[in-house]
Design a protein around this ligand. Structure first.
Ligand code: CMP
Length: 141
């Protein structure tokens, strides 16, 4: 609880389908503050570092190919209980099971191509933000 920062990615499928504005708009309307925002093309090395907790899992190789296949939009969002609030807004991993009203529930029919990523804990938020952003890119306002 309290004010937290979390990392969100709009994944290659979300970018290619023209959903950037729609997704950012949901977070803004919720009242979350965008403290950093950029489009990046993950290198294989950065992608493997970002998803290091999944190394060795059967879907790891496919996930790395997918996340490096086109640009992603990365952002740092801040707000009260931002980590759990954003996780609820995106819904469960599998778009087929995510409830309507969540981002994945509204826009994904896939477990891999699930439109967005968001940090799942304080520890992952800290780690993921530092993999993608330098502290100088994050604006306190
Ligand atoms: P994300 O929340 O970014 O965390 C890890 C990602 O791996 C997940 O979203 C999906 O994109 C992908 N993923 C997780 N589980 C599977 C799976 N069983 N098969 C394929 N991709 C998966």
């Amino acid at each position: 609880m309290g004010i937290e920062e979390t990392l969100v990615l709009i994944k290659p499928d979300g970018v290619q389908r023209g959903l950037i504005g729609e997704i950012i708009s949901r977070f803004e309307r919720k009242g979350l503050r965008i403290k950093a925002l950029k489009m990046i093309l993950f290198t294989r090395e950065k992608a493997e570092e970002f998803y290091s907790v999944h190394r060795g899992k059967p879907f790891f190789e496919s996930l790395i190919k997918f996340i490096t296949s086109a640009p992603v939009v990365a952002m740092v969002l801040e707000g009260d209980s931002a980590i759990s609030v954003v996780r609820r807004m995106i819904g469960p991993t599998d778009g087929r099971e995510a409830p309507p009203g969540t981002i994945r529930g509204d826009y994904s029919l896939s477990i891999q191509e699930n439109v967005v990523h968001a940090s799942d804990s304080l520890e992952s938020a800290r780690r993921e933000i530092s993999v993608v952003f330098s502290r100088g890119e994050i604006i306190d306002w």
